[in-house]
Design a protein around this ligand. Sequence first.
Ligand code: ZN
Ligand code: ZN
Length: 393
Amino acid sequence: GGGGGGGARVILGSATPSLETLHLAATGKIARFELPGRVGAWPLPPVEVIDLRTAPRVADARGVPWTESLDDAVRGALGRGEQVILLLNRRGFATYLQCPSCGDVRDCPQCAIALTVHQTPPALRCHYCGHEEPIPTTCRVCGKATQRMRGLGTQQLEHFTALRFPEARIARMDLDTTSTKWAHHRILERVAQGKVDILLGTQMIAKGLDFPNVTVVGVVDADTGLHLPDFRAAERTFQLVAQVAGRAGRGPKGGRVYVQTRAPEHHAIRAAAAHSVAEFAVHELPLRAPPNPSYPPWVGLVRFVAAHEDAIAAQEAAERVAAWLARANAERLGGALTVLGPAPCPIERLKGRWRWHVLVKASEPRALGRVVRAWGARARAVVVVDRDPVTLL
Ligand SMILES: [Zn+2]
Ligand SMILES: [Zn+2]
């Protein structure tokens, strides 16, 4: 890389680089250097994948997916005076439909993202293209009754672990407990001083923590992110699980990671268990290319988000964008674009404003550039354009 302009060089460092970054390296646009060893030279910890569909759970777990294997591991670590990290990355806004016995999740036939359960009117809806279908009561694969999955929150998990391990000193780290200035720092300081036995939290605890006395890491429900309505759901799940897995075994006592999931054969889970971004990329890249719906890095993506206090106004603004895009595509771009939507954003309401979006894909980046420039010339405050969006929520 580098060379242009002021001759500056940029170094991107990551144990879990994005597929876009890997693609740039594979196509020679950036150079790649590998650091095969781990800092401190402790080996990466073994990862045990626990199948939530079949693994025995403790008797009084109620709604908490708490298996006997994870229970034994946590109890063992506490008994030896070691520390435990529990990850629960709940994004409760998207309720999806899953079969508890085979694990199948209903997804959109056009977009390959999980459909979201809506109550009024009752329907499964795609948050990319707007596709709708009735909510089925039985699984299309195995015929068993389906279940609406919303996942539990960190507060509920904290309550459960406090009952389960009454002697343990528990700290919770999520947006609610770290909103004040030094809260984040204070919690981690207590962990470092050995004043916390179980640290539980959201993705905040997945990255960068280096506590040699942490010997057990548990991913309580790896599926919470896997079925988010986002084409990067698998990639984010891989990154999150791989990152949190790296929190165990950073000292001479070693460590072990427990990943609870209803999709143990999913490539994101398997690659994370193998600590291998290469393995993840090999399986994920073909899923984003034809005959599947195309997604980056194979195509460029632009997202138009219409947001308004009035729900109808937001929807109408998005419909105008979609109509304008369809016309531009037919009249000036020779059909180079694929236009999806309008559809409600997965996060349908944010800071008092209703949100709708339109997604535009093209294998030719220049076509997207022309669209963005043409829209910019007629820009309106209601609609925000995001080229190569990092999130579609
Ligand atoms: Zn099934
Ligand atoms: Zn769709």
